[in-house]
Ligand binder design. Structure first.
Ligand SMILES: [Zn+2]
Length: 183
C-alpha cells in the first residue's frame, strides 16, 4: 500500500516536471548583458521588438519569490511599458506609443515548482516586449538614445536591427555608447 502511494507520487512529480519542461519556451542559450532589438519602420508605423535576458532587466531569472522580487518585477514592467523613455527618439519624429506588450518568460518559483534543480544547472528567463508606435515624421528618426542602460543596471548591450525602405541595417549599442545614429 505504502509502496503504491509512493509510486503514484513519483509518477505525479515526474510528469509535472516533464510538463514544465515542455511548457518552457525554447530560449536557446542567451548571454547575460546582451539583448536584441528589431525595429521596422513602415510608413508611419514603427514596430519594435525587444528581447532581453531577465537577468539584465531584473537581476534574477525566475518568478518573484519574495515581496522584494515582486516590487522589482512590477517596476521593470512599468518601465518597459514606456518605450519612449527607454529608447528616446527625436521629438521632431512625432512618435507616440500605440501598444506595448511586455511578456516575462520564466518558470514558476522554486517553492511551488518541482524539487530544486541540482546546483550548477541554471535556469534562464527572458523578456519579450513588442511595441507599436505611430510617427508623424518617421524620416526624422535619425538618432536613438538608449536610456535603457540607465534604467536596467544588468544590461550591457543591444544588437539593433533596423528595417526601413532604405533596407536592413545592423547596429550595436552599449552601456558606454548608448546613442545610435542612423547610417
Ligand atoms: Zn539567463
Amino acid at each position: 500500500m505504502r509502496r503504491s502511494i509512493y509510486a503514484c507520487m513519483l509518477i505525479t512529480v515526474l510528469s509535472s516536471a516533464a510538463a514544465a519542461q515542455t511548457e518552457r519556451r525554447e530560449l536557446g542559450p542567451h548571454v547575460h548583458g546582451s539583448g536584441t532589438l528589431n525595429i521596422v519602420i513602415e510608413g508611419n508605423n514603427v514596430s519594435m521588438d525587444l528581447s532581453a535576458p531577465a537577468n539584465d532587466i531584473l537581476g534574477f531569472e525566475h518568478q518573484p519569490s519574495t515581496p522584494e522580487h515582486e516590487k522589482i518585477l512590477a517596476s521593470a514592467k512599468a518601465a518597459l511599458e514606456q518605450p519612449l523613455t527607454l529608447i528616446e527618439l527625436p521629438v521632431a519624429a512625432g512618435c507616440k506609443v500605440e501598444t506595448a506588450n511586455v511578456t516575462f518568460n520564466a518558470a514558476e518559483p522554486a517553492a511551488t515548482a518541482a524539487p530544486a534543480k541540482p546546483a550548477g544547472e541554471s535556469q534562464h528567463a527572458d523578456f519579450d516586449v513588442d511595441y507599436a508606435l505611430t510617427c508623424a515624421a518617421p524620416n526624422k528618426i535619425t538618432q536613438l538614445s538608449f536610456a535603457y542602460f540607465k534604467q536596467f543596471a544588468g544590461a550591457q548591450k543591444l544588437a539593433v536591427t533596423i528595417v526601413s525602405d532604405k533596407g536592413q541595417t545592423q547596429y550595436e549599442v552599449t552601456r558606454d555608447k548608448p546613442v545610435l545614429t542612423l547610417k
